[in-house]
Design a protein around this ligand. Structure first.
Ligand code: DX5
Ligand code: ZN
Length: 223
């Protein structure tokens, strides 16, 4: 079966002085989700923005908002991000002692609001798929980091491809519907290899928002 590849432009590389226009432009150019990178200066060595940014994006687009929490104690903020309008909330495996509980909490945050919120888990480059064995089928989304999280425009780490291939085999083997997303260093060259390896969603910051023509950039990534 042909997989439909979705592109999630990451606003980390957008022009914040014109955020609303940037988000609208990414939607008009064919983006499928808007990726929002939340960083706390503890889990990663950088600070970005919080739930207010999700609220602002919600007012600018109808696209699903894909919130990537690179923060410690994400469980304390899930309801805030849900209320702000997140459609996908992804937490890091490395930040969650009680990962199963946190994943359920994301789903319940949606139930409380009467809408579906998808639960995602992200893996840093050094974290193996073995940490996902017991929880993979509970996840809506598995985010494989292909750079160490914290900054945009970093170089793609090649061995993420192996992890994606393994994830694809495990997901297909268990017949669950978990989608595979990849984040970091996605460009024309790496996108083709990532699609081949089995991803469903490509996050792209620099490649989309630093391009002259967003539509062309997004089309290029789809291959
Ligand atoms: C990195 C972030 C990414 C970032 C990707 O920590 O999670 O989403 O925006 O940026 P590019 O596509 O420029 O590597
Ligand atoms: Zn991200």
């Amino acid at each position: 079966m042909e997989r439909k590849i979705r592109i999630a432009p990451s606003i980390l590389s957008a022009d914040f002085t014109r955020l609303g226009e940037e988000v609208k432009a990414a939607e008009k150019a064919g983006g499928d989700l808007i990726h929002i990178d939340v960083m706390d200066g503890h889990f990663v060595p950088n600070i970005t923005y919080g739930a207010l940014m999700v609220e602002a994006c919600r007012k600018s687009t109808k696209l699903p908002l894909d919130v990537h929490l690179m923060i410690e104690k994400p469980e304390a903020y899930i309801d805030d991000f849900a209320r702000a309008g997140a459609d996908v909330i992804t937490v890091h495996q490395e930040a969650c002692v009680h990962l199963h509980r946190t994943v359920q909490q994301i789903k319940q945050a949606g139930d409380k609001l009467g809408r579906k919120i998808l639960a995602g888990v992200a893996l840093n480059p050094a974290t193996g798929m073995t940490t996902m064995t017991e929880i993979l089928t509970d996840l809506d989304l598995l985010l494989i980091m292909s750079v160490n999280p914290g900054f945009g425009a970093q170089t793609f780490i090649e061995n993420s491809l192996e992890k994606i291939m393994l994830a694809r085999r495990l997901i297909d083997g268990s017949r669950c519907r978990t989608v595979i997303e990849v984040d970091g260093g996605v460009n024309e060259q790496t996108a083709a290899k990532l699609i081949q390896a089995g991803v469903d969603i490509l996050v792209a910051g620099n490649f989309v928002f630093k391009a002259k023509d967003y539509r062309k950039a997004i089309k290029t990534l789809r291959g």
